[in-house]
Design a protein around this ligand. Structure first.
Ligand code: CMP
Length: 395
């Protein structure tokens, strides 16, 4: 082990999927254990196989091109042990020994990712599909090329096709190029027979989004059932080995970096752990010395800010009196994004400050559920929130 103490992004012994997810077993301790995957070549249900479950209505004629994906387990080494959460070894597909994990970089490791030929048109679509996805944004050029090669196009030709089934083993990670998908969770931890067997709808994934990472990251059963919500959808599928070897470390690193902080941000308290994970994927840290203008009144708004540490003040119209003070856990920069208006005030760091920023698109996509809370924030001299509009006299 590397000697660093790993802090799980989720509380020790907690279920990473929140209370709605499957009932995962608890690790005997928070310590990292060597995880030996039992069988990398076992048969998995996926939309790429002919047995793929289509809600019972019909069988989708997918080619079986996913079955030989991935190298044999003999050439695999586990990823960086620091990337494992405390409950990593909960999955039913794993067996555990008490040895420490080997470091990821094994010089004798001759693994290389699969590469599927693509036309220029496919490559173009694929690049557009992943460009807004934060899970891909921290890869270097070689990793990006490997991922582009390893992704396989999966047309989903009807509504209500179950791409991922809650309780199943994880085989692929999916990026949505076209269409949308609904996410359902059954409290029993697995899909059940009958009309309500998928459980309640907990969210949806749109073009540019992705799903199916949790089971691969945690070696756990699928946490949700994901079904197509439109008649013509297009997915790109990444096999679990390539996901784990190339994408997983940076995903874990970012979730680990921000999740504890995000749990303590009052604005985000009503979100589920999964919604906070998606925000963690998208955040970037910026540091400023005391006295820096982080936002200038009148500018176009491009980012939203959460204060990680330090303090700042908002000033209006070049006046020296602060109209609002910010400290750890507070947010600013939302008004211009919510109202598509120029920055309504300047924000200047009062001390050295560390802020986590979210770009405009991610803000719109990820903070929708707390828009009402943001709009209820009152500001001196700003007509901004819903409460400022008199419904009786609204235009
Ligand atoms: N609220 C949610 N809880 C669990 N999984 C979710 C949720 N919303 C979306 N998902 C996605 O649904 C996927 C189901 O398969 P996984 O568990 O591999 O990964 C899961 C997530 O990518």
């Amino acid at each position: 082990m590397s000697g660093t103490t790993f802090t799980s992004p989720f509380a020790a012994n907690s279920n990473p999927f929140g209370t709605d997810g499957p009932k995962l077993q608890t690790a005997p301790s928070g310590q990292l254990l060597n995880v030996v995957e039992e069988d990398e070549n076992d048969t998995v249900t996926s939309p790429t196989t002919s047995s793929f479950d289509t809600n019972g209505a019909f069988r989708v004629p997918f080619a079986g091109d996913g079955s030989s994906d991935g190298p044999p387990s003999s050439v695999r080494t586990p990823p960086n042990p620091d990337s494992y959460p405390a409950q990593y070894n909960f999955g039913r597909r794993t067996s555990v020994s008490a040895e420490s994990l080997k470091p990821v970089a094994d010089v004798n490791d001759n693994w290389s990712p699969p590469s599927y030929a693509k036309s220029a048109e496919q490559l173009n679509r694929l690049q557009r599909a992943i460009e807004g996805n934060f899970l891909f944004s921290h890869l270097d050029d070689e990793q990006t090329a490997q991922i582009l090669g390893a992704l396989q196009e999966k047309p989903i030709p009807a509504r209500d096709i179950k791409v991922v089934t809650q309780g199943d083993a994880g085989d692929y990670f999916y990026v949505v190029e076209k269409g949308s998908f609904d996410v359902h969770v059954n409290d029993s931890g697995a899909l059940q027979p009958g009309p309500d067997g998928m459980g309640k709808k907990v969210g949806s994934v749109q073009a540019g989004g992705s799903f199916g990472e949790l089971a691969l990251m945690y070696n756990a059963p699928r946490a949700a059932t994901v079904v197509s919500a439109e008649p013509t959808c297009t997915l790109w599928a990444l096999d679990r080995v390539t996901f784990r070897r190339i994408l997983m470390e940076s995903t874990f690193a970012r979730r680990r970096l921000y999740e504890k902080f995000l749990e303590e941000v009052p604005l985000l308290a009503s979100l589920t752990p999964y919604e906070r994970s998606k925000i963690a994927d998208a955040l970037e840290t910026q540091k400023f010395p005391a006295g820096t203008s982080i936002i200038k009144q009148g500018d176009i708004g491009r980012s939203f800010f959460l204060v990680e540490s330090g303090e700042a003040d908002a000033f209006k119209n070049d006046q020296s009196e602060s109209v609002k003070h910010y400290q750890k856990g507070d947010f600013f920069g939302e008004l211009a994004l919510l109202n598509d208006a120029p920055r309504a005030a300047s924000v200047v760091s009062a001390t050295e400050i560390k802020v986590a920023t979210l770009g405009k698109n991610a803000f719109a996509r990820l903070l929708g559920p707390v828009e009402g809370i943001m709009r209820r924030t009152r500001y001196v001299g700003v007509v901004s929130g819903v409460e400022d509009v008199d419904p009786l006299h609204a235009p």
